[in-house]
Design a protein. Structure first.
Length: 129
C-alpha cells in the first residue's frame, strides 16, 4: 500500500526535527564547564607542544607530546568545523516543542541531558510538560 502525501510529509518533518535536536544535543555534549575552548586557545596549545617537542630528548616524552599534538589538532579541526551553537539552539527551539509532544519527552528529561532551562522556555516546554 502506498503512503499518502500527508504521511510522507509527517515522516520528513519528524526527520527534520530529530536532526535539529540531535545536532544541538551533540553540540551541548561537546561543551565543557569552565573556560571555553576556542580555536585560538587550541592553536596556542599546539604552539606550546611544538616548543616542548623542540627541547625534549626523552623518547617516551616525545611520543606523549606527539600524541598530545595529534589530539589537539583533531580538537582544532572539530572546533573550526563545528556549527555555531546559536544556530543549533535556534533549530532546537523551533523543533523541540512539537517533537516533545509527539515523543512524550518531559522538561525534566531535557534538563537531564543538559538543555538549559532558558532554552526550554523559549521552545515552549514548561516544567509541567
Amino acid at each position: 500500500m502506498a503512503m499518502s502525501q500527508a504521511h510522507k510529509d509527517a515522516l520528513a518533518e519528524g526527520r527534520r526535527q530529530s536532526r535539529a535536536i540531535k545536532q544541538y544535543l551533540e553540540a551541548l555534549g561537546s561543551r565543557r564547564p569552565g573556560r571555553p575552548v576556542t580555536p585560538d586557545s587550541i592553536r596556542a596549545r599546539i604552539a606550546r607542544i611544538d616548543e616542548k617537542l623542540a627541547n625534549e630528548n626523552d623518547p617516551l616524552k616525545r611520543v606523549d607530546l606527539h600524541q598530545a599534538k595529534l589530539d589537539a589538532q583533531a580538537a582544532l579541526h572539530n572546533a573550526e568545523s563545528a556549527a555555531d551553537i546559536e544556530a543549533l539552539e535556534a533549530g532546537f527551539i523551533a523543533n523541540a516543542g512539537p517533537y516533545s509532544a509527539r515523543k512524550g519527552i518531559s522538561y525534566a528529561a531535557w534538563r537531564e541531558v543538559g538543555v538549559p532551562a532558558t532554552v526550554l522556555k523559549k521552545a515552549g516546554i514548561g516544567r509541567g510538560g
